[in-house]
Design a protein. Structure first.
Length: 157
């Protein structure tokens, strides 16, 4: 498939209390937005482990959205602050894998912001589309080769 025909696959980790409900509002309000996002309901944005994000990319996602309650409105008091603190570390991890930081977003969406959710999915889809397919296996192959070389060298010592 030529890259100009490319339609990105986006995984969205959405807070059950706010962002997922905002996405539901967008749907029930029949607000038009791209269907290329696969929403995953999590109890809190603070519970999104970095391995979830890496696994989403490894399993074929071209972009990952983490969305939670607005700061100060978390149902678990500080969950979104945990997500906020974890995000820069996650961005650095993506750098090590050679993945553009623009493929990952952290956003705050309340239950009443269906329009904001739809606009976010539209803009994020366009940004990821402009980046092109991730092609995880091609990007990660050099890292895997260097690990295999290190393992074989360690085994001979």
């Amino acid at each position: 498939m030529p890259d100009q025909q490319f339609e990105p696959k986006i995984v969205g980790f959405l807070c059950r209390w706010c962002s997922y409900t905002g996405a539901d509002l967008a749907g029930t309000s029949r607000i038009q937005y791209p269907s290329n996002i696969a929403p995953i309901k999590v109890m809190c944005s603070g519970r999104v482990d970095p391995t979830f994000v890496i696994t989403a990319f490894a399993d074929g996602a071209d972009g990952v959205l983490i969305a939670g309650c607005h700061p100060g409105d978390c149902h678990y008091s500080v969950g979104n602050y945990k997500a906020m603190r974890r995000f820069p570390m996650l961005a650095k991890l993506l750098d090590q894998f050679g993945i553009e930081r623009a493929r990952l977003r952290l956003e705050w969406i309340s239950a009443s912001e269906g329009h904001l959710y739809a606009d976010l999915v539209k803009s994020f889809s366009e940004e990821v589309r402009a980046l092109g397919p991730l092609r995880w296996k091609q990007r990660i192959a050099p890292l895997c080769e260097s690990v295999d070389i290190a393992r074989s060298q360690a085994a001979t010592v």
